[in-house]
Design a protein around this ligand. Sequence first.
Ligand code: BG6
Length: 520
Amino acid sequence: MAYARRKALDMTAEHLLSDLPQLRTPCVMVIFGVDGDLAKRKLFPALYNLMSGRFLPERFSIVGLDRAEMTTAEFREKLDRVIGDYLPADVEQSVWQALSERVHYLAGDFQEGLTYRRLNDLLQQVDASAGTGGNYIFYMATIPGLFGQIVMHLGEYGLTVERDGTWRRVVIEKPFGHDLESARALNRELQRVLQERQIYRIDHYLGKETVQNILVFRFANGIFEPVWNRQYIDHVQITVAESLGVEHRGRYYEEAGALRDMVPNHLLQLLCFLAMEPPNSFAADAVRDEKAKVLRGVVPLSSLDVLRFVAFGQYGPGTAEGKPVVGYRVEPHVAPTSMTETFVAMKLFIDNWRWAGVPFYLRTGKRMARRLTEIVVQFKRAPFMLFRKTAVDRLAPNVLVIRIQPDEGISLRFDAKVPGPTVRIGTVDMDFQYADYFGNAPHTGYETLLHDAMAGDATLFQRADNIELGWAVVQMILDVWKSLPGAAAFPNYHSGSWGPPEAEALLKREGREWWDGGRA
Ligand code: BG6
C-alpha cells in the first residue's frame, strides 16, 4: 500500500508541474478596485503563485485603478506593506518583487469618462514599454453596482474592441445581480458592449480543485456512474457551513443574506457538477450546456413548498472556535431588529430521468459548528431479509462523502462484519485524503481561474443563461420570504450550532438526518 501510494504521488508531482501550461500570449490585467480587499486577499496572492510557478506570460503587466490619489510608486509601497499576510509563509521575495514591478497604478473615478481616456493612454504606454501586445483582461473587483457602468465606459472608449488579432476580456465578480430581474438586466447591459465569449463571470467555487474533481471522480471512473441515479441513490445533501460570522461585511450582507450570497452561485454549482449528465467534451459550451439542463430541471417551488421545504435561520450569540461571540444583530452595520437570514436550508428535486424523486437537501450558514463544505450521497439500503434471524436490527446505508473543504477528500462508508462468532455489523470508512497523495500546494482558488481567463478557456466560468437559471431557482424563495416579514422568530440558532431546529425538522420528518461531518 505504501509503495502504491508513493508511486501515485511521484506521477502526480510530475503531472502537476506540467498541468498549467505557461501562457504564451502577452497581456495586461487591468484591475478595477485594485486598492480593495479582493485584490489583496485573492488576486495578488494568486498572481504571485502563478508567477512563482512560471505560468504567467513573459510579457505581462498589471494596471490597477482605484479612487485614492496615489502614484504607482506609492501604491507599490502600500501593497508591499500589506501583502505579507496573504502570501505563502515561504514567499520568495524576488518573485514578489518581479510581480510588484509590473504593477502600474491609475487614480480615477470609475464613473467619469476622463478616467477611461487616461486608462487608454496608460495602456498604450504599457504596451509600448512592456510589449504586452494590446491584449487586455479587465477585472471587476469593485462594488457590484459599478460593473455595468465600467463596461459601458470601456465600450465608449473603444477598449473592448478586438482589433488586429488582439483580445479583450472582462471578468465579472459575484454577486451577479441581486435577483433574476437584475441579473437579466446586467447581462443585457454587458452584451450591449461585449460578445458573450468576451465575458468571464467568476464563481470562485469553480476554482477549487475539489469541486473540479467532482467531474473527474464521476466521469473518469467506471464504477460510480452506473449507480449515480434514482435507482440507487436515496438522497443527496450539500452543506456549505462556515464558522465565521458576517465579519466586517454587515452592510453588504444586510442586503444580501445567506440565500442570495451562497445559493444561486456556489451551492448550485455543486449541485450542477454532482447531477449533470456527462458532457461530450470538456469544451466550455459542452459543460455549460449540461449545467444549464440541470438547472432547468429543478422543480419550481410553489409558495406552499417554500413554507414547507425551506428553513431560514439567523445566528444568535454563542461560540466560535471555543470563544464567545455575539449574535448577528449586534455585528457592525447590522440593524438591531434585522430579519436578514444567515442560514438557509431547502429541499429541491430535479425532474429528469436520472433524478426524478431523489431529494437534494441544500444548506448553508454562517457561525455554524465548524467550517465544512461537503456533499453527501446516501445510497438506498440493501434488502434486510438475510439478516432477519441475526442480532442485526438494521443495515446502515452506504454513504459517499465528497469533502470539498477543509480536510479535502472522499470517503465511502459501508457495512462490515464485526469479528466474532455471531453476526454483528459495524460501519467502516474507506478514506481518501488529498493531502496524502497530492500534498498541500499553496493556492487561493483563483490561480486556475485567472490562468483560464488569460488563456481564453471559459469552461469554469458562468454563461449568461447559467446565471439566470440559477437565479430562477431561488426567485420564488426570495419572493415568498420577502412577503412574510417576521415569519421566523430570529435569532433561532446559537453561534456554534448546526443551524435552527427547522432545518433539522426538514429531514427528520422524512426519516433522515443531516450528516454534519460524520454525525448522521
Ligand atoms: C463568498 C461569500 O462568495 O463565499 C462569503 O460572499 C462566503 O459570504 C464565501 O464567506 C465562502 O467562500 P469559501 O471559499 O471560504 O467557502
